[in-house]
Design a protein around this ligand. Structure first.
Ligand SMILES: [Zn+2]
Length: 332
């Protein structure tokens, strides 16, 4: 009996181990790409992200366990374009033999406006670029695991139509914001691709990386842009300390329109737990904050004029009463 049980246990362990070994181990630099990989790889892969959800990939400091993770990977997915400045050293030091894929391959790269000649890494913020990312990820998975090519292609096709629909959704929604108020004020310059694709102007406190401290001149520039455009709201980002943006909102008497996701997806219970959901959430928050307040402003105006009438009425009544009093007194 004991012999049988131990054989059974041995069998279970071997099959479990074989199962884990069968799966392609995909290590991504950031959570957005991990989510993309999971959508295509399904249960044929194990997907990991080096930078945890909510972490800032620009400033990440790799831990010893990250070197272990990278070493054990079958595939490594990186954005490139200076997004993860720390990753080459991590990969070199880990001694990994994994294939490394730059998933921005084929994307039309934007240059940073602030830093001459630097590439802007935030290409995924344009959903039509997201299609390039997932095409590259699909190709990487097929190369690592050709036996399951049909599975990856089927998932990819489904995911592609989802992202195509998202791209159309954002295009339509952003147009609902009145032209003059179609300006996005954020902490760091992560929205250039989004702005270009969906036709919304941008003004960020910091450049394309979050490394530099905010300068007084940046605060002055942003305040000026807020005044000139008359935007009713500005936005904080999930991976960045909101203090400076909150200060600017107070100083310029505008609202915080909400929290946007740029360099990381949100936690499972957040509004943006996946790539598709985070872009959709961003769009909903932006459209609501930048168009709704136009109505609020009008409402305040009419409230003010109503208050004005009330005062005239009150003053008028008092004056009439005084006149009546004076006439009665005079007649006596
Ligand atoms: Zn960024």
């Amino acid at each position: 009996m004991i012999k049988h049980i131990s054989i059974l246990i041995l069998f279970l362990f071997t099959s479990l181990a074989a199962n884990a070994q069968d799966k392609i181990k995909v290590v991504s630099s950031a959570s957005i790409f991990q989510d993309m990989a999971m959508n295509i790889g399904g249960d044929k892969i194990e997907a990991f992200s080096i930078v945890p959800i909510g972490g800032d990939p620009h400033l990440y400091d790799p831990k010893p366990s990250d070197a272990q993770l990278v070493k054990s990977a079958d595939i490594i997915l990186v954005n490139g374009l200076t997004f993860e400045g720390w990753i080459n050293k991590l990969i070199d030091n880990s001694g990994t033999t994994a294939n490394i894929y730059t998933i921005t391959e084929g994307v039309n790269v934007l240059k940073s406006e602030k830093y001459k000649n630097a590439a802007d890494p935030h290409a995924w913020m344009d959903a039509s670029n997201g299609l390039k990312y997932i095409e590259n990820i699909k190709a990487a998975l097929i190369e690592a695991d050709p036996d399951n090519a049909a599975f990856y292609i089927a998932n990819y096709e489904k995911y592609r139509s989802e992202i195509t629909a998202l791209d159309e959704y954002i295009t339509v929604e952003i147009k609902k914001i009145p032209e003059a108020k179609r300006m996005l004020v954020t902490s760091h310059d992560a929205f250039a691709y989004y702005g270009k694709r969906y036709n919304i102007r941008l003004n960020a406190l910091k450049g394309i990386s979050t490394e530099a401290e905010t300068q007084t001149s940046d605060m002055v520039r942003v305040a000026k842009a807020i005044r000139e455009s008359g935007v009713p709201a500005i936005f904080i980002e999930s991976t960045i300390n909101p203090q400076v943006i909150q200060q600017i909102a107070r100083d310029n008497d505008v609202k915080i329109g909400g929290e946007l996701f740029a360099d990381s997806i949100g936690a499972e219970d957040s509004e943006g737990p996946t790539y598709v959901k985070m872009l959709r959430h961003n769009t909903d928050v932006i459209v609501k904050a930048l168009s709704q307040n136009t109505m609020t402003a009008t409402k305040i105006d009419s409230d003010n004029s109503a208050n004005g009438w009330l005062i005239y009425l009150l003053v008028g009544t008092v004056m009439l009463a005084a006149l009546a009093f004076a006439i009665t007194k005079f007649n006596k």
